[in-house]
Design a protein around this ligand. Structure first.
Ligand code: FAD
Ligand code: 2HG
Ligand code: ZN
Length: 472
């Protein structure tokens, strides 16, 4: 663990006592109040942060969430809402001794309407399970990410997660039609809606999309699910330069247009590390400086195949694409996606990894990777870039054997200054959480930050919800 949490001064919160624990046991039943073996809830996914919570609560209904928060607010006990704990910015774990409010038991898909495409789901439902239920009636959840087997849909909404389909379906501000959230006071805010169009005053649901558990606990939501595509094809291609990558992206938008559903980039260092670390990964091509994964999803296999094959052969003729493969075979499509999905895990598992998740103008998308490689020199084992090229979202990773203060000083705040100069975003899709809270000002001006603080005070005057995160 990087011992950054040691430096945090505990807020002026009450200390949990036996009476609180008994109160929660009476409310939820003893089985849903945990006081032992709490590591899985205290430690973040990257194992960078370890909190010291003594209590995990697992409510089974919105009313129970409301009753928990009411008690915590009256007693001034701090709370951290937790979904699948796959977040990458330390937002989902306690920093001191906050009570962990786990949404695990609120995991039901309440309805999926195949006519309207609207699904109602509880916040703790695992993304993959939700998607499976949608697929049972020919629909799909318009969100897909590598952590799908453990992240919760409520966690996704609370972080405004992006993932690999934003280029097609946009972000969650468009797909989430409504939310139910419990405020710190215990009030239940019902912002559920079954319609795309609802201009009745302020669009308050958006406050809960991306507010990372600082304004309320999301308990339920409605989501507009598109039809699952009948024909899915994936191209995995090798390219010689970033200039060719950009040309290929422009060509994909122009020529694949309405069927383009993903456009991902992996540089050779990220790619080689994944293949080296996970021997089960199989790549149809190797040996290129850059790789792109381009996916199409449409409704006519013959038409879609023709289009993607034409796109590849045109790119090869122009010398922009050097080699590649196209497949519509579901098993092979999965195999190729696996390479992309395992890239971040290979970096996390192998060594310590500083992670940056930034939005940059496309022309400047990759330059920072080279600059940073130079800055770190041999101190870093890998400085690589990959991510959601189609959304201008770069994942910049710097690996070293252990947390290294020297590298840390070379990369932070440099990465944020660099991003800010290009008017990018210092957090494209992962959020601010604990790890990035000191850098918010690189992407938000002081007046905007003051308004955020005022909003926080209005929703949560005792600041019990997810303290030490997002805002200082
Ligand atoms: P958690 O990690 O448990 O919580 C995240 C934040 O949301 C915390 O601040 C927490 O307090 C809050 N929260 C959780 N549930 C609720 C709730 N019900 N109400 C209020 N607040 C809540 N992210 C992307 O955006 N795109 C990707 O492509 C992507 N790929 C990933 C791949 C891997 C391998 C991993 C490990 C992570 C990836 N992530 C990605 C990051 C992470 O999966 C997402 O941020 C995800 O949305 C977190 O969901 P979760 O349920 O795990 O939330
Ligand atoms: C991805 O796109 C995730 O794979 C994780 O957002 C990125 O770990 C990272 O840097
Ligand atoms: Zn990502």
């Amino acid at each position: 663990f990087t011992q950054i949490t040691d430096k945090v001064q505990r807020g002026n919160y009450a200390q949990l006592n036996d009476k609180d624990v008994v109160h929660f046991e009476q409310l939820l039943g003893k089985n849903h109040v945990l006081t032992e073996d709490l590591d899985a809830y205290n430690i973040c996914f990257q194992k960078r942060i370890r909190g010291n919570s003594k209590l995990v609560l697992k409510p089974g209904s919105t009313d129970e969430v409301a009753a928990i928060l009411r008690h915590c607010n009256e007693r001034r006990l701090a709370v951290v809402p937790q979904g699948g704990n796959t977040g990458l910015v330390g937002g989902s774990v306690p920093i001191c001794d906050e009570i962990v409010l786990s949404l695990q038991r609120l995991n039901k898909v309440l309805s999926v309407d195949e006519v309207t495409g609207i699904a109602i789901v509880e916040a703790g439902c695992i993304l993959e399970n939700f998607d499976q239920r949608a697929r049972d009636v020919g629909l799909t959840v318009p969100l897909d990410l590598g952590a799908k087997a453990s992240c919760h849909i409520g966690g996704n909404v609370s972080t405004n997660a992006g993932g690999v389909r934003v280029v097609r379906y946009g972000n969650l501000h468009g797909s989430v039609l409504g939310v139910e959230a419990v405020l710190a006071s215990g009030q239940v805010l019902d912002l559920m809606s079954n319609f795309k169009k609802d201009n009745t005053g302020y669009h308050m649901k958006h406050l809960f999309i991306g507010s990372e558990g600082t304004l309320g606990v999301v308990t339920k939501l409605s989501m507009l699910c598109p039809h699952a595509s009948k024909s899915v094809n994936v191209a995995f291609i090798g390219l010689n330069s970033f200039d060719d990558v950009l040309k290929t992206f422009v060509s994909a938008k122009r020529n694949l247009g309405e069927i383009l559903s993903s456009c991902e980039l992996i540089d050779h260092l990220a790619f080689d590390n994944a293949l080296d670390h996970y021997k089960f990964l199989k790549s149809p091509i190797t040996g290129y400086p850059f790789y792109m994964l381009i996916e199409t999803s449409g409704s006519n296999a013959t038409h879609d195949e023709e289009k993607i094959n034409q796109f590849i052969s045109d790119g090869m003729e122009r010398g922009e694409i050097i080699d590649g493969t196209v497949t519509g075979d579901p098993g092979k499509v999965q195999e190729i996606w696996k390479i992309r999905e395992m890239v971040p895990l290979a970096l996390i598992e192998k060594s310590f990894c500083f992670k940056y998740d930034i939005s940059l103008p496309l022309r400047d998308f990759y330059g920072i990777v080279d600059v940073l490689r130079e800055r770190c020199g041999p101190l870093a084992t890998i400085v690589c870039g990959y991510g959601h090229l189609g959304d201008s979202n770069l994942h910049l990773n710097v690996s070293c054997e252990h947390f290294n203060e020297d590298i840390y000083k070379r990369v932070e705040p440099f990465v944020y200054e660099y991003t800010s100069q290009l008017k990018g975003s210092i957090s494209a899709e992962h959020g601010i959480g604990f790890l990035k809270k000191n850098y918010l000002h690189y992407s938000k001006n002081p007046i905007a930050i003051d308004w955020m603080r005022d909003m926080k005070k209005m929703f949560d005057p005792n600041a019990i919800l997810n303290p030490y995160k997002m805002l200082n």
